[in-house]
Design a protein around this ligand. Sequence first.
Ligand code: ADE
Length: 271
Amino acid sequence: MVFDILTLFPGMFDSPLNESILGKARQRGYVEVRIHNIRDYAFDKHQVTDDRPFGGGEGMVMKPEPIVRCLEAAAGEGPRPRVLLMSPQGRLFNQELAWELSRLPRVALICGRYEGVDERVAAYHADDEISIGDYVLTGGELAAMIVIDAVTRLIPGVLGNAASAESESFAEPVLEGPQYTRPQEFEGHGVPEILLSGHHEAIQQWRRGQALLRTKKRRPDLFARLDLSPLDRKLLRAAEEDCEKRSGRMEVAEGPSLCGPGALPCSEPQR
Ligand code: ADE
């Protein structure tokens, strides 16, 4: 898969693209990232890429011509990329879109700066405007990096344990439950006893109950979309009962209370 990044700040991508899973995915040829400097496509000798907004107002707007010339040069002879304009006004990026993009041969990401990008880029040259969340960054570079990261890990072969990404593609939107590792006791806090029991099936069921409970508490919007089986309902009820039972008291031997006051993974007040 090829990513084309169109940016005024190519240096921002240096280290994130070279580290960890992304670095390996590039080395092993699963993804190729081509960085294009929009400034190289400005016409004038000062290489101006922005200008004042028509109609007045604060700040500067990115001019359309350098971006479009850069896009045309980047697209070159290969397959036409899906063109995404990174912008806080865009469609919210999510896992479903990450899966969709991971199946494409080529994606171009235009990183906006300043107060925005001339609307004619979005209207006539981009296939989609994408936002990574309801907050405003100083530019689209970090947003583009997030999209590249989320998409790359879904490309078959990129994660060592391919099953871990694959299982997500079919999974409903359920948050991960709490995870623990050694030491068994940390700062006086233990881990849930069931995890030490060796009963594989009981552990799986406990995890499912915790995941459902966490989703219900933290993300009622996701929870409302779930189609729970009778077993799910039972496991969720068990998790809720456990939570209530432990609420207010920390039982070190059994691990932290997963609900109620104290330091717990599922204790956040319902939003
Ligand atoms: N550029 C600035 N803020 C952004 C956001 N939230 N998502 C995508 N691009 C952006």
